[in-house]
Design a protein around this ligand. Structure first.
Ligand SMILES: Cc1cc2nc3c(=O)[nH]c(=O)nc-3n(C[C@H](O)[C@H](O)[C@H](O)COP(=O)(O)OP(=O)(O)OC[C@H]3O[C@@H](n4cnc5c(N)ncnc54)[C@H](O)[C@@H]3O)c2cc1C
Length: 431
C-alpha cells in the first residue's frame, strides 16, 4: 500500500469540515420547565422540536455540543433494514407485531424526509438508494428469502440482483449480488443535526451545551436534574443519550451496550473516479458479520468507509491504516489514495437488537438503534415526545418489546471483543 495516510491526517469527522458542532451559550432556567431532555443528538432534538411545537417549554442538556455524539459522526445512510429481517421479527414477536415493527422502520424514512423538507434543513438529503451486497452465496440466499417475505406484505421499491447485476451500484468485483433499495439513501449527518438544533431553537427550545446532566432525583411533580451549574427542574424527563449514556441511569446502563464504530474519508479525488465507483451514488453496506459500510461524499469527491478497525484498541493512525486495507479490498483501484480523516463514535445495542422506547420510574427514554439510527432516532424521538404529550399517536410497535439486562452485564461490555473474534472467524471461514 502506498501513500496510505495524508501527512496531516485529521482525527475529527470529515463532516465537521462543513458543519462543526458548536457550543451554545445559554443559562439554566430558574423556573421549572415542562420537559427536560438529556442528550442533544437526533433523538433529543427531534423530541424537542415536537414538544415546543405543541407549546411546551423544553430545555435540552447536552454534555458536549449539540450533535457531538454519533449524530455528527455517522455514515449518513438512511435506511429501514432491521437486524434479523422481517422473518426474524415474525419468528420472535409473532406475525402481526413483526409486520407492524417493520412497517414503522419504513415509516421512519418518510418521517425524516418530511421533517427535513418541511423544516427546510439543508443537509444534502439524496434518496439515491442503498445497495446491500452479499459477500457469500448463503448471504444472498437469506437476503432473497427475506425479500420474498417482504414482497407479500409491503410495497417497497427493492430488488435482488445476482453477481452480474450490480454494476450500476458499485464497481467492485467481490460480491455475489445483493439487495437494492430505491427509496432510501444518504444525507450529511453533521449538517442535518446542526439544522435540527437550529430548527428546534427557533421554535422555542432552549439547548444548553456544554452542560452534563448528573444525578436525577424524583420530586412530587417531576424531576430535579443536577448539573455543574445548578439544577434543572422539569415536570417530565426524556433521556436520549444512546451510546454515550454511561452511568447516568443504572436501569439503562445495565441494558444498553455501547459499541465503537470508526470511519475514514479519502483525500479529495476526481469526480470521474468517484462516479465510476458509485455510478448511481448509492449507499453500500455489506453482509459481513463485521460489516463495512461505504459511500461517496455528498459532493461526489471522496469515498467514506466505516468498519470496526480491530479487536484491541489502536491509535487513530492504526485505525486509519486498518480501514484503508478494508477499502482497498473492495476497490483495489484506490490502493494509492491517501486517507485524510479518521474518526470514531459510539452506537448502542441492546440484548434484543432492536431500537427501544419506554419509561422507567416515570423517566422516558429512546435509544439502542443498533448502528442504524439516522432515520429511526428522529422517528422515535418524535414518538417519545408524543408519549410525553399524552397523545395516542405516541403508541408504536416498538412499545412492549422486552428490554432486559443480563446477569453478566453491568455496563462494561467485556464480551464484545469475544463476540468479535467469533464474527471475524465466521467472516473469514464463511460459515
Ligand atoms: C461511526 C458511526 C457511523 C454510523 N453510521 C450510521 C449510518 O450510516 N446510518 C444509520 O442509520 N446510523 C448510523 N450510525 C448510528 C447513528 O449515528 C445513531 O443511531 C444516532 O446518531 C443516534 O442518535 P442519538 O441522538 O440517539 O444519540 P447521539 O447522537 O449519540 O447523542 C447522544 C448525546 O447525549 C449526550 N450525553 C450523554 N450523556 C449526557 C449527559 N449526562 N448529559 C448531557 N448530555 C449527555 C452526548 O454528548 C451525545 O451528544 C452510526 C454511528 C456511528 C458512531
Amino acid at each position: 500500500m502506498t501513500n496510505a495516510m495524508a501527512a496531516d491526517l485529521k482525527t475529527v469527522p470529515y463532516w465537521w469540515d462543513a458543519a462543526r458542532p458548536l457550543a451554545v451559550e445559554s443559562h439554566l432556567p430558574e423556573e421549572k420547565v415542562d420537559v427536560g431532555i438529556i442528550g442533544g443528538g437526533f433523538t433529543g432534538l427531534s423530541a424537542a422540536l415536537t414538544l415546543v411545537k405543541a407549546g411546551l417549554s423544553v430545555t435540552v442538556l447536552e454534555a458536549e455540543k449539540p450533535g457531538f455524539g454519533a449524530s455528527s459522526r455517522n455514515g449518513g445512510m438512511v435506511g429501514n433494514l432491521l437486524k434479523g429481517g422481517l422473518g426474524g421479527l415474525i419468528s420472535r414477536y409473532g406475525h402481526e407485531k413483526g409486520i407492524a415493527i417493520y412497517n414503522e422502520a419504513i415509516a421512519s424514512v418518510s418521517f425524516i424526509k418530511n421533517l427535513i423538507e418541511e423544516e427546510g434543513i439543508d443537509c444534502d438529503l439524496a434518496l439515491t438508494g442503498r445497495f446491500y451486497p452479499a459477500v457469500l452465496d448463503k448471504d444472498l440466499d437469506s437476503m432473497k428469502r427475506d425479500f420474498e417475505l417482504r414482497e407479500k406484505y409491503f410495497d417497497i421499491p427493492e430488488e435482488i440482483v445476482g453477481p452480474n447485476g450490480y454494476a450500476e451500484d458499485v464497481d467492485s468485483k467481490i460480491y455475489k449480488g445483493g439487495l437494492r433499495q430505491h427509496h432510501t439513501g444518504g444525507l450529511h449527518p453533521a449538517k442535518y443535526v446542526k439544522g435540527l438544533a437550529a430548527t428546534a431553537e427557533k421554535a422555542g427550545a432552549s439547548i444548553i451545551a456544554p452542560l452534563r446532566a448528573g444525578k436525577i432525583t424524583k420530586e412530587v411533580e417531576g424531576f430535579i436534574v443536577s448539573t455543574p451549574k445548578g439544577a434543572l427542574r422539569c415536570r417530565q424527563l426524556l433521556i436520549a443519550t444512546n451510546g454515550y449514556s454511561g452511568d447516568l441511569l443504572p436501569f439503562l446502563q445495565k441494558r444498553v451496550i455501547p459499541i465503537g464504530s470508526t470511519m475514514i474519508a479519502t483525500e479529495e479525488l476526481s469526480e470521474n473516479l468517484v462516479t465510476s465507483l458509485f455510478p448511481t451514488k448509492r449507499m453500500i453496506t455489506d453482509s459481513r458479520k463485521m460489516l463495512s459500510y461505504y459511500r461517496p461524499s455528498p459532493d461526489g469527491r471522496r469515498v467514506l468507509l466505516g468498519a470496526r478497525p480491530g479487536i484491541l484498541p489502536m491509535s487513530p493512525a492504526g485505525e486509519a491504516a486498518s480501514l484503508k486495507i478494508a477499502l482497498t479490498k473492495i476497490f483495489p483501484q484506490l490502493s494509492s489514495v491517501a486517507v485524510s480523516h479518521v474518526w470514531s463514535g459510539k452506537v448502542a445495542y441492546d440484548f434484543h437488537a432492536l431500537p427501544t422506547i419506554g419509561a422507567h420510574d416515570g423517566i422516558h427514554y429512546a435509544m439502542g438503534y443498533c448502528g442504524s439510527g439516522v432515520a429511526m432516532s428522529g422517528y422515535l424521538g418524535h414518538k417519545a415526545a408524543l408519549k410525553i404529550l399524552g397523545q395516542p399517536e405516541g403508541a408504536t410497535a416498538f412499545d412492549d418489546i422486552p428490554f432486559d439486562g443480563r446477569l453478566y452485564y453491568n455496563g462494561t461490555p467485556w464480551f464484545v471483543p469475544v463476540a468479535m473474534v467469533g464474527y471475524r472467524l465466521r467472516d473469514a471461514l464463511g460459515f
